[in-house]
Design a binder for this molecule. Structure first.
Ligand SMILES: Cc1ncc(C[n+]2csc(CCOP(=O)(O)OP(=O)(O)O)c2C)c(N)n1
Ligand SMILES: [Mg+2]
Length: 551
């Protein structure tokens, strides 16, 4: 049967198990999506259209893939704004499919902005569907890249959505995605090194979550009897109440990164970024690097052994080799668990104190303690914003299941938490889904708050309202790093709970520490009836949190 390209896109997406697409209009495939019965979630700007699909891919570890559409072509206004979302997805390695209008043949070289080079700079692949009959080939390639190897965004540009092709000439068959296991020689070498180490440390990255390898990580760590730290993006890959869990950041993490003589990194690029640890004194440590992407091996540190392949297969192979070499006993027990507990208890003492604070304005840690009290860790989703909410939550918020918390941002673009929370609620309607933000993140989200109302998504935005960019200006911590640009109109002049309440959110403004828990419970009750909530906690600026080591 002869169909047009836009219809072909819609039908192939359905074959690929895509249940909905996020968008901001116009994109020339959107009407076909509507006609073919693919629901669209319309965000209020193009960056959020990308961010919603990006977050959906992250939260579901690419199964299913998040898909978005935005305006491109000669009139690439949408694409120019979507670029910010694309750059963020690319930076963090999120497997999101972005469909846009291609510049039609005969219309190239007429604009200043170059769609092709811009999209190539923020994608794993940019495919320009130059002939209608090539659509099945391009969709196959796109889904192959989205489901195999190192994750990252893929862009398909459709220059002629009305072009016709014969659907039966090259019938579309959904793409499985392929994984590979590491070279057995490298596994033997890694376990040899591990058994020779005195103080090995496991460094778990987000690849563990993409590989669905949390159970394997736990059982390997137990057999290796090695402490575990998780990266920000992998927070929750390892259960944080486990006796071998050290932390994401904090003095206890500093201690273990310094002290370890061997680092076994799994599912991490080991890139010392803005929001990750460097490895202190790396040349004097043995580094075993398990990654799907060979581009990261020997990137920042000399690598003693590398396992290239899927994190789950790597952990399975490592555990089997370790078991074989130790007659099933694993590494000697020693007092690893007791040491982890001592290090954690001593590092966390200062935070446990402020989590119980009765200060006014409310200490932000009191709000995080409230979230931990009120939420069921197995049935909730929490994410942070750029700013102190990231730094503080990643220091203290206890996560028990993968994606019970979404850590994000090799660089963290303000505003992503709202998209992440909407994506989480779409993914898990039965869970309580909460974004914790400061005023800067809130500023980015305001226009998009309407989406949760329209879609009847009972999410909660928790605002740590402290009147400015904490730590940027002078305070008890010193001068601050941006003293000329840290103040915004404060909560004494604007009542955001009124502003957002007028939209139709359940809102509260909370000044009493004792009201933190009860207010959160009322928000969740509103969420359970499909109403989104915004709770403004009048807080102090308290820029104290675990540091990133060795940068
Ligand atoms: C898109 C973008 N631009 C700029 C920044 C830099 N930035 C990071 S946090 C921040 C301000 C955070 O202040 P606030 O939201 O009030 O949070 P607080 O730290 O006070 O809790 C800024 C400007 C960023 N992360 N993302
Ligand atoms: Mg603030």
């Amino acid at each position: 049967m002869t169909i047009n390209v836009a219809t072909g896109v819609a039908r192939i997406l359905k074959q690929e198990g895509i249940k909905w697409v996020s968008t901001f209009p116009v994109c020339h495939v959107n009407n076909a999506l509507g006609q073919e019965g693919v629901p669209m979630v319309m965000m209020r700007d193009d960056r959020y259209a990308v961010a919603l699909a990006d977050a959906y891919s992250r939260i579901n570890a690419g199964n299913p893939i998040g898909v978005c559409t935005f305006q491109g072509g000669v009139n690439a206004a949408g694409l120019q704004v979507a670029y910010a979302g694309m750059a963020q997805a690319f930076e963090d390695g999120s497997p999101v499919l972005c469909i846009t209008d291609g510049v039609p043949i005969g219309a190239t070289e007429n604009s200043q902005f170059d769609v092709t080079s811009s999209m190539k700079s923020v994608s794993k692949w940019y495919g320009y569907v130059d002939k209608p009959e090539r659509l099945p080939e391009f969709m196959r390639r796109a889904f192959t890249m989205l489901r195999s190897g190192s994750p990252g965004p893929v862009v398909l540009a459709i220059p002629d959505p009305t072009g016709l092709y014969d659907e039966t000439a090259d019938p579309y068959i959904p793409v499985k995605g392929w994984k590979s296991a590491p070279n057995p020689e490298d596994v033997t070498k890694a376990i040899e090194l591990l058994l020779n180490a005195k103080d090995p440390l496991i460094y778990a990255g987000e690849g563990v979550i993409y590989a669905g390898a949390s159970a394997e990580l736990k059982s390997f760590a137990e057999m290796a009897n090695a402490p575990v730290i998780s990266t920000l993006k992998a927070k929750g890959a390892f259960p944080e109440n486990h006796p071998l869990f050290v932390g994401v950041r904090g003095d206890q993490v500093d201690h273990y990164l310094e002290k370890s003589d061997l680092i076994l990194a799994i599912g991490s690029s080991l890139s010392p970024g803005r929001f990750s640890h460097g490895i202190p004194n790396a040349v004097n440590k043995t580094i075993i690097h398990c990654t799907v992407d060979e581009l990261h091996v020997n990137k920042s540190y000399p690598t003693a052994a590398a396992l290239i392949g899927d994190a789950r297969f790597s952990l399975q192979a490592l555990e089997k080799e370790l078991s074989d070499k130790t007659s099933g006993n694993g590494r000697a027990l020693g007092n690893v668990v007791a040491e982890v507990k001592t290090a954690r208890d001593s590092a966390m003492a200062q935070y446990r104190e402020v989590m119980a604070s009765t200060d006014k304005p409310i200490n932000p840690y009191r709000v995080y303690a409230g979230l931990m009290e009120v939420l069921d860790p197995n049935k909730s989703f929490v994410t942070h914003e750029s700013g102190n909410t990231r730094d503080q939550l990643s220091t203290v918020y206890e996560t028990l299941v993968p994606r019970g918390f979404l850590g994000w941002g090799n660089v963290s673009s303000l505003g992503f938490s709202l998209a992440a929370t909407i994506a989480a609620k779409i993914s898990f309607p039965e869970k309580h889904c909460i974004a914790v933000t400061g005023e800067a993140g809130l500023g980015y989200m305001l226009g998009n708050l309407e989406v949760a109302l329209r879609e009847k998504l009972g999410i909660t935005v928790v605002h740590v309202s402290n009147g400015g960019f904490a730590g940027y200006g002078p305070g008890f911590w010193g001068d601050g790093h941006d003293p000329f640009t840290y103040k915004v109109t404060g909560n004494d002049e604007i009542d955001m709970s009124n502003v957002i309440g007028a939209l139709g959110y359940h809102t509260e403004r909370v000044t009493e520490p004792s009201e933190v828990g009860p207010a959160l419970k009322r928000a969740l009750a509103a969420n359970d009836s499909g109403q989104p909530a915004y709770i403004e906690f009048i807080c102090s600026q308290y820029p104290i949190y675990g540091r990133w080591v060795g940068r």
